[in-house]
Design a protein around this ligand. Structure first.
Ligand code: PEP
Ligand code: MG
Length: 540
């Protein structure tokens, strides 16, 4: 039995078998080729293996999601036959006298860069594909097993680190817990774990080479511990605690169907945050009154090309229809920083959190923005949809957004495509937006305070930096003063203000938020009933 402590992201407890995502070993190392012919032969074998893998993926996708989505695997198979690509790998092995893994990785980077620099949109998007096939070859060369999440039994995922795009691709039904060596408690991966309602630990100093697939582990989000190969006694105790937790959660069931009002009769709108269409089930299960934040950028992650207008329209329509008249606030694309999609070709930045992200990308690339807006305006016909814009810093940006929305309306009218213009609000997540919130309130229908980024930018602390977790304090007086100021400015102009950052679910602050006049709280679905219980206890 081995025990490791880390930082808990979500309090829960589970026991199960481990699946190791060994990506750390995937850092490609440059080595000397002892036998160049043998290295070239290894590449050929890795390509054959990759073609077989892609063939199976194609067959599976064809059955499960249809031909259009499966086609990408055929494209990848064809790319593996591209003569220039193969010649480049051979050349690098022969001229630089290096190992196959290194030659493939360098070729992948070079080709991706070349595609990224092309004028044609279609060709530019192929940069992500060439990286994808190169990663597959490198994994095959290293002999890493590919994990089939669909075929996997529900398991505990152990990894060096997880990006949001990796997390979002996982089949949620198959994951019992996350344990990562790195990662901050404020990252989007942590937020996704909370949304999935599963215990998750980050910053756990596990030596990954001592962990094997199939090992049993206990993940305890209460004590922030993971225990590999627990004793019989620990297993029995864990099962008992799992039962107790289930019973406690059952008590919360009593909160379903009740109003979210304080003892004094003050109502708070209690909504839930989601990242995908399938999360709507959790929202309904936990009886949230609406969706206060749909992080639409997750639709853009874990894929090799932009989601088309039609695909987005179907997703948004499905969410608003399933919510049947309850409010659904969809945030426009907040890509960038930790949420990376290769086909956006955002490039490397020294300070990505202060960089080219969210509304900045949308204003610079109006075609991408307009595609999403068209889908949103069309979906709005089917229910109670609102749009929310992220990372706003000025009134000027809001005016520019409104001009683009007008253009989209005109285009839809000319094409006689039905749409309605939804309520439009902004996220307040930069100190600049707080300071000009008086002006901004005149231009929008509502504010939703993104305390995750607002804390990051107010305290000058990178929310991704795990070494700063102890300094990242959303209870800081400066953050709370800002929230109060934003609520006051919204109310001054007759607008409502809510909180959709993680702080909204902080039970220790609920009473303070209610007293400040916060109108809405949008939290992980798993927190809705706990929060309702708390609000109903408040005397105010
Ligand atoms: C926030 O910043 O508080 C927020 C809700 O947005 P995200 O966490 O996706 O950046
Ligand atoms: Mg944010």
């Amino acid at each position: 039995m081995v025990r490791f402590s880390g930082k808990s992201v979500y309090k829960g407890i589970t026991i199960g078998s481990v699946v190791l995502l060994d990506k750390a070993g995937c850092q490609v190392k440059r080595g000397k080729a002892e036998d160049k012919d043998a290295e070239t032969a290894r590449v050929r074998a890795a390509i054959e293996q990759a073609k077989e893998q892609l063939g199976s993926l194609y067959d599976k996708a064809l059955k499960e999601v249809g031909e259009a989505s499966a086609a990408i695997f055929e494209v990848h198979q064809m790319m593996l036959e591209d003569e220039d690509y193969l010649e480049s790998i051979d050349n690098i092995i022969r001229t630089e006298n290096v190992n196959a893994e290194y030659a493939v990785a360098i070729t992948g980077d070079n080709f991706a860069e070349m595609f990224a620099g092309m004028d044609d949109d279609y060709m530019r998007a192929r940069a992500a594909d060439v990286k994808d096939i190169s990663n597959r070859l490198v994994n095959n060369l290293y002999g890493h097993e590919e994990i089939d999440f669909h075929a996997m039994e529900p398991s505990i995922i152990v990894a060096d680190d997880l990006t949001p795009s990796e997390t979002v691709q996982m089949d949620k039904e198959k994951i019992l817990a996350f344990v990562t060596v790195h990662g901050s408690t404020n990252s989007h991966t942590a937020i996704l774990a909370r949304m999935m309602n599963i215990p998750a630990l980050v910053g756990v100093p596990v030596e990954l080479d001592r962990i094997q697939n199939g090992m049993t582990a206990v993940v305890d989000g209460f004590s922030a511990e993971v225990i590999f190969e627990p004793t019989e006694e620990v297993c029995v105790k864990t099962q008992e605690r799992i039962r107790e937790e289930k019973e406690k959660n059952l008590l919360l069931e009593d909160m379903k169907g009740r109003e979210t009002v304080t003892q004094g009769g003050r109502e708070v709108k209690l909504y839930a945050n989601i990242g995908s269409v399938s999360d709507v089930g959790y929202v309904l299960e936990n009886d949230a009154a609406g969706i206060g934040l749909f992080r639409s950028e997750f639709l853009y992650l874990g894929r090799s090309d932009f989601p088309a207008e039609e695909e987005q329209f179907q997703a948004y329509r499905q969410v608003v229809q399933t919510m049947a008249g309850k409010k659904v606030i969809i945030r426009t694309l907040d890509i960038g920083a930790d949420k990376q999609a290769d086909y956006f070709n955002l490039g490397k930045e020294d300070n990505p959190a202060l960089g080219y992200r969210a509304i900045r990308i949308c204003l610079k690339q109006p075609d991408v923005f307009k595609t999403q807006l068209r889908a949103l305006l069309r979906a709005s016909v089917y229910g109670n949809l609102s749009i929310m814009y992220p990372m706003i810093i000025s009134a000027d940006e809001v005016r520019k957004i409104h001009c683009i929305v007008k253009e989209v309306q005109q285009e839809l009218e000319e094409q006689e495509i039905p749409y309605t213009l939804p309520e439009q609000g902004i996220m307040i997540e930069t100190p600049a937006a707080v300071m000009v919130s008086d002006d901004l309130a005149e231009l929008v229908d509502f504010f939703s305070i993104g305390t995750n980024d607002l804390t990051q930018y107010t305290l000058a602390i990178d929310r991704q930096n795990e070494r700063l977790d102890d300094f990242y304090n959303p209870h800081h007086k400066a953050v709370l003063k800002m929230i109060r100021m934003v609520v006051d400015n919204a109310h001054k102009h007759g607008k409502w203000a809510g909180i959709c950052g993680e702080l909204g679910a902080d039970i220790d602050l609920t009473e303070e938020f209610v007293r400040m006049g916060v109108d809405e709280l949008s939290v992980s679905p798993s927190m809705v009933l706990r929060l309702r219980k708390r609000i109903r206890e408040i005397a105010f």
